[in-house]
Write a protein that binds this ligand. Sequence first.
Ligand code: FES
Length: 84
Amino acid sequence: MAELSDGKKIIPIAEDASLVEAAEELGVPFSCTEGNCGTCLTRIVTGMENMSPYSEKEKIFGLEQDERLMCQSRILKGRVVIDV
Ligand code: FES
């Protein structure tokens, strides 16, 4: 089991599952959900080591070290806290 949190609410999700639903519940906005628009760009507060490797589309965005696209990334294990 993995967990996505905003530091207040914790949402359990399956490991390596899409984060779109859980992140949306925490208030992350989405648009394309295909890694093209950048709307879901989110800062990871803790747990970056639990995240999937950067996707090809994330690499194109040139994200900062603590940023991920919620529609393109996954949690492989443990808890990840995001800044919403
Ligand atoms: S919603 Fe467009 S990049 Fe994630």
